[in-house]
Design a protein around this ligand. Structure first.
Ligand code: NAD
Ligand code: GLY
Length: 364
């Protein structure tokens, strides 16, 4: 698969009578008119974090000049995706006097996007919000599809709502300031689309790993647009995650358990998903559902992207398994996992033997 040249791109998310655009391209945050049009009401609350705001907040604030605008800057990191920080956003909206036609703007990565979206879902039972993703992970996954949430110490994303953004504006120039580790974490979610349903895209990501890690503009634009097209299609077919959308969680049940067990201060989300995908592949092979060679191909591709593939030292398999029992996909207390029949062929598996899962966790 060749890499098409980088040009601004748009993907629509179509949800029956509703739809919203994802715009992808360099310099989109400089388009003040486009941004201003996204907030038709009087009140705007911009939410960002302390790493992102110094680079990009002034530009976004300027676009909404003339409205009643407040900005709320949070400390960065998954540890901040809490009910307490969500409460701060409610207080900020009250201080702003935000009415039902208010717009919330999420300027940052998935942590800011998930939390701002949840605040928008709850304020006055639901107001508009716009995603301005600034991490690769947020551009390819979290800003699209309307899953919003905060974490509890007991587990990831346990409190949340489905609430779709009005638009997603992914300014790819913001990736210039993204730390390398976070770029690699985003690439885990990119290759996930290949692993779960598009073997040709998997091969393209693996072959283009050096260009992607080098931040080659064309390669990144192609990776983002292809990922968004996959996500938009799946969300359009299954917005509320009753079936196909569960496939997007490939690696996530394992990964979320690792993140929670590490107190949300160890592997970052994309890294945990990389490890989780390997565990899902290994379990599939051990249950004779998939060739073991495909696990090795996945491990090689993740290594090429500079991602971890093993459970971090010191984590207790029983504690991880207990965390997995609290996953949102489970029904009536039985584990539901995303497994695969090989690269590009993920499926939803129920009734899995917990001893087999524990074995994979223990061997890491
Ligand atoms: P993040 O929001 O913590 O951002 C990663 C780090 O990069 C942070 O330190 C942040 O301050 C910094 N940063 C962000 N943009 C930057 C930039 N342009 N320049 C410099 N620094 C920048 O993490 P993330 O990986 O973007 O998102 C992970 C979160 O997304 C997790 O909470 C995960 O659960 C969630 N998620 C949600 C969905 C969904 O569908 N809603 C999907 C996938 C992941
Ligand atoms: N990231 C999983 C989903 O949006 O469904």
């Amino acid at each position: 698969m060749a890499t098409p040249p980088s040009t601004p791109r748009a993907v629509d998310v179509e949800l029956g009578a509703r739809r919203y655009p994802i715009h992808i391209g360099p310099g989109l945050l400089d388009d003040a008119l486009r941004l201003a049009a996204l907030a038709p009401g009087r009140h705007v609350l911009i939410v960002s974090d302390a790493n992102v705001a110094p680079h990009y907040l002034a530009r976004v604030e300027a676009a909404f000049a003339g409205k009643r605008v407040a900005s709320h800057i949070l400390p960065p990191g998954e540890q901040e995706k809490t009910l307490a920080r969500f409460g701060e956003l409610m207080t900020a909206l009250a201080a702003l006097g935000a009415s039902r036609d208010a717009t919330l703007i999420a300027l940052g990565g998935g942590v800011i996007g998930d939390m701002t979206g949840f605040a928008a879902a709850c304020w006055m039972r639901g107001v508009r919000f716009v995603q301005l993703p600034t991490t690769l992970l947020a551009m390819v996954d979290s800003s699209v599809g309307g899953k919003t949430a905060v974490d509890l110490p007991e587990g990831k994303n346990l409190v949340g709502a489905f609430h779709q953004p009005s638009a997603v504006i992914a300014d790819t120039a913001t990736l210039a300031t993204l730390p390398d580790r976070e770029l690699r974490a985003g690439l885990a979610e990119v290759i996930k689309y290949g692993a779960l349903g598009d073997a040709a895209f998997f091969d393209w990501v693996q072959a283009n790993a050096p260009a992607l890690l080098d931040r080659d503009t064309d390669a990144l634009a192609h990776a983002i647009a292809t990922s968004c097209a996959h996500k938009a299609g799946i969300v359009a077919r299954d917005e509320a995650e009753t079936g196909e959308r569960m496939l997007l969680n490939l690696g996530h049940t394992f990964g979320h358990a690792i993140e929670a067990e590490q107190g949300f201060g160890g592997l970052v989300h994309g890294e945990a998903v990389a490890v989780g995908m390997v565990l899902a592949a290994r379990l599939s092979a051990e249950l004779a559902l998939a060739p073991a060679a495909d696990t090795e191909r996945l491990v090689a591709a993740l290594h090429a992207l500079g991602l971890p593939t093993a459970v971090p030292e010191g984590l207790d398999p029983d504690a991880l398994l207990a965390r997995m029992r609290l996953d949102k996909k489970n029904l009536s207390g039985t584990l539901r996992l995303i497994l695969w029949r090989g690269i590009g062929q993920a499926f939803v598996a129920t009734g899995i033997d917990e001893a087999a899962v524990r074995g994979v966790l223990a061997r890491g």
